[in-house]
Design a protein. Structure first.
Length: 256
């Protein structure tokens, strides 16, 4: 009798996994790829880059958060926040799985406010990563550390930007893709969605505050400059026959 029950339980488990897998066949795996540029070239950590006007910059640390969403007619699902780290190339390539009923996917620059308030502090949101303000409510949205150099000399750059409530709430850019063009067909496949993070707008428009370590008006302005430098990477974003539809990207800067 015990063997029969164990066998029945095993069969149910196998069937459940099989049906779950079959359900996933009606959806789509989406691969997100991120790269960082400065002065039109890939940014390499710990190397000097010359910008227009003679300003030179050496970036030692760059980490930032993005949050994926998937939307259908009934609900919008917030995915796990991703911590992207230029020192960890694997972190720049992430995946989500879109169901057949999902009609759009969104990427938010920063940590969604629902996640901020929920107290989720594991995975990429674990404070061990050094992206959480223990004396301030919320996560560091964007961290950039390095050196600047020009005719006036060399200066240290420390930008810990973020803030999800109050007057210093940062503007977050969101980017949406309609999925009709990439869902096509019943067989499972994957699609690439690429984003370029160009730092020129930020570094060429810095004010006098080169050390920002908590939510502030300067941090809010700098986050907006980071958002201005985000654009869709046409070189890897899906196949040419889908590009016209997918690049009808809905982009906006908004207060989260």
């Amino acid at each position: 009798m015990m063997d029969f029950l164990l066998g029945l339980g095993l069969r149910r488990l196998v069937l459940g996994l099989l049906f779950a897998a079959m359900g996933r066949l009606h959806g789509q795996r989406l691969d997100f790829h991120h790269r960082v540029t400065l002065a039109g070239k890939p940014l390499v950590l710990n190397q000097w880059t010359v910008l227009p006007g003679g300003l030179e910059c050496k970036v030692d640390v760059m980490r930032w958060y993005v949050t994926p969403y998937l939307a259908n007619r009934r609900q919008t699902r917030v995915g796990d926040a991703w911590l992207l780290d230029l020192a960890d190339s694997a972190s720049l390539h992430r995946q989500v799985y879109a169901r057949k009923v999902d009609f759009a996917v969104w990427i938010l620059f920063g940590v969604d406010s629902l996640l901020q308030r929920s107290g989720v502090m594991d995975g990429d949101l674990d404070p061990v990563h050094g992206m959480y303000w223990t004396w301030q409510s919320g996560y560091i949205q964007f961290k950039l550390e390095g050196l600047l150099r020009d005719s006036a000399g060399e200066r240290k750059l420390e930008l810990h930007l973020g803030g999800f409530e109050g007057e210093n709430k940062t503007s977050m850019a969101s980017y949406g893709f309609f999925l009709d063009a990439i869902h096509g067909g019943k067989r499972p496949s994957k699609r690439n969605l690429g984003f370029v993070w160009a730092l020129d707008s930020l570094l060429l428009n810095l004010g006098d505050e080169l050390r920002v370590m908590s939510p502030s008006s300067a941090g809010r302005r700098y986050c907006s400059l980071v958002a201005e430098g985000i654009w869709v990477d046409d070189e890897i974003s899906v196949s040419p026959r889908h590009r016209n539809v997918l690049n009808s990207v809905r982009r906006r800067n908004r207060r989260e």
